[in-house]
Ligand binder design. Structure first.
Ligand code: N01
Length: 531
């Protein structure tokens, strides 16, 4: 039987993969999307834990490539819940007839670049294929991190990970439940689980900042205003540093009076969610300004949580925003319920997991369900978990072991004709992901089209340009407070991972840079290199 061949293989059928398929297919390429799950959605398929929703308003956290789509689709809430986002992605797949080119239950196991034939040889759980180009649309937060807790395999109850939640309804009624971790996933799910469970134990290593979402039904007036000028609205947001509407670009917290600042912080706490950090232009640039916002957020925890000891444990000590800020619905309030207990892992470290639960600080907690809300091997994990081999058999995992380097988050030296969507070195997780991935999909598609039109077969980045780019990524980060704590932005949540800051901060300069690179015939990339 002859081997199946295609122009482009796209790995992953989430937001990026779906749009890539539409875009590349419309340009006349043969494309297939391989997806290891049994359905599309990516992040929004896997993260079905109770309370999962986006924390960028849905009128912004949605595709803009098709005016008909953005006019026709109606979001029911300001921040849509996971089922509605999944329904939206399914609508997109049907609307653009995408399903026929998506292969589900197909895990990409390895991808090897054949230098002589200039193509990718790909092994999957369902057989082998060859593709001229390979695009990793594998997501930034899609490789779940399961810490190596002693005894984890001995646990006999229901073991769950927020990033790999079952498709069947999980009901915690009458159960005693433990959740480990207090990042966004946990913060969203705790209030919902606390409503059902007989008792919920929350095991916290680091207290996190969280801003109330003040979510609610979509305001019809706001929706029609946005829809009356959607393209302009998108453009205005894109001109902002994080690609999100309404962030302050001029006023400084350090220059405001105490009264002005309190009023503004209160307004942003009540109305802006993630945009709390946009109350002033200097919050992420200046430690003193940051501390003003951080101490305001801590004061709110003390206002909400009744027990002063619990409030103190829930009060974060680090710079606000340097770990990804969380947005919640009733998170701190949940700790006022009698059936919720906070366990501080700093004074009661987890000793081991047992058949019935876990032992922390000499006490055994017997639980019916144990939830790991322990995050992801972010930004690189989904790619390094696939055996990707480039020129001379170099493995991507090996090449990235001292730090992931990429030119613009789009291309990697030694890995020709391989593109990454929202890869390391691009704004990705420090921006509104949907417009960011649309930008990349369009850039990659145009590049492949340009190569076809200009009779180029192979494109690759070089070590020199990506070294220079990653130095710049870190120089920009050095001007902010983003490096001032441990976070998954800098790999510090995964022991064996290189500690390097990966996202590029600043949507407008980044967009300008990649547009310029494309206009100058992909300056910095090399074509048809001879060995
Ligand atoms: O993961 P996290 P997440 N022992 O890495 C703890 C996006 N997201 O799934 O901080 C004990 O933030 C860890 O503790 P520490 C969003 O970008 C978006 O919650 O390392 N604890 C931390 O508390 C988010 O940032 C939404 O000390 C351990 C937690 O586990 C990203 O996904 C919703 C541990 C992990 O927090 C990841 O969020 C959800 C150990 N060995 C997620 N290992 C939206 O709203 C880890 N922890 C769109």
């Amino acid at each position: 039987m002859s081997l199946r061949k295609m122009d482009v293989l796209v790995v992953g059928a989430g937001f990026s993969g779906l749009y890539l398929l539409h875009k590349l297919r419309s340009s006349g390429f043969s494309v297939a999307v391989f997806e290891k799950a049994d359905q599309l959605g990516g992040t929004w398929h896997w993260n079905r834990y109770p309370g999962a929703r986006c924390d960028i308003p849905s009128l912004q956290y949605s595709y803009q490539f098709d005016e008909g789509l953005q006019q026709d689709w109606n979001w029911s809430e300001k921040y849509s819940a996971q089922p509605e986002i999944l329904e939206y992605l399914n609508h997109v797949a049907d609307r653009f007839d995408l399903r026929k080119d998506i292969e589900f239950n197909t895990e990409v196991i390895s991808a090897t670049f054949n230098e002589e034939r200039s193509l990718w040889e790909i092994k999957t759980s369902k057989g082998d294929v060859e593709a001229k180009f390979c695009v990793m649309a594998t997501g930034c937060l899609s490789a779940p991190n399961t810490p190596d807790f002693e005894g984890l395999n001995s646990y006999k109850g229901q073991l769950l990970h927020t990033g790999k939640w079952p498709q069947t309804q999980v009901d915690f009624t009458d159960e005693t439940v433990a959740i480990i971790g207090t990042g966004s996933s946990s913060i969203q799910s705790i209030p919902v689980i606390a409503e059902q469970a007989k008792h919920l134990y929350v095991f916290q290593r680091t207290a996190n900042y969280s801003i109330p979402s003040n979510n609610g039904p979509m305001d019809p007036e706001e929706e029609s205003l946005v829809k009356s000028r959607y393209p302009e609205f998108r453009k205005e947001n894109w001109e902002n540093g994080f690609g999100i509407a309404g962030l302050e670009v001029e006023a400084l917290a350090t220059e405001a009076s105490d009264e002005e600042r309190l009023e503004k912080f209160n307004h942003h706490w009540e109305k802006e969610g993630l945009g709390f950090l946009g109350a002033y232009a200097d919050l992420m640039l200046d430690r003193e300004a940051n501390e003003l916002a951080a101490s305001f957020a801590r004061s709110k925890v003390k206002e909400i949580v009744n027990d002063p000891e619990v409030a103190e444990l829930l009060s974060p000590k680090f710079t606000i925003g340097c770990k990804r800020l969380c947005v919640d619905t009733g998170y701190f309030e949940a700790f006022n319920q009698d059936n919720v207990t906070l366990v501080d892992l700093n004074t009661n470290p987890i000793d081991k997991i047992t058949a019935g639960g876990l032992i922390a600080g000499q006490e055994e907690y017997l639980v019916d369900s144990l939830i790991l809300a322990t995050g992801f091997d972010a930004m690189t994990g989904a790619m390094t978990r696939i055996d990707i081999k480039g020129r001379k058999g170099i493995s991507l995992k090996e090449q990235w072991k001292d730090g992931a380097k990429s030119y613009l988050g789009l291309g990697i030296s030694n890995f020709p004709n391989l593109f990454t969507v929202t890869g390391p070195g691009s704004p990705s997780v420090l921006s509104n992901m949907v417009p960011s991935l649309e930008l990349h999909v369009e850039w990659i598609s145009q590049c492949i089209e340009w190569m076809r039109d200009n009779n180029k077969k192979v494109i690759e980045s070089t070590q020199a340009v990506e070294d220079e780019w990653m130095v710049f990524v870190n120089e920009v980060a050095d001007q902010t407070v983003y490096k001032s704590c441990n976070s998954w932005y800098n790999g510090s949540n995964i022991d064996e991972k290189a500690k390097e800051f990966l996202p590029f901060i600043g949507v407008p300069p980044y967009t300008e840079k990649i547009t310029e690179v494309a206009e100058q015939n992909y300056q910095g990339f090399v074509f048809d290199k001879t060995n």
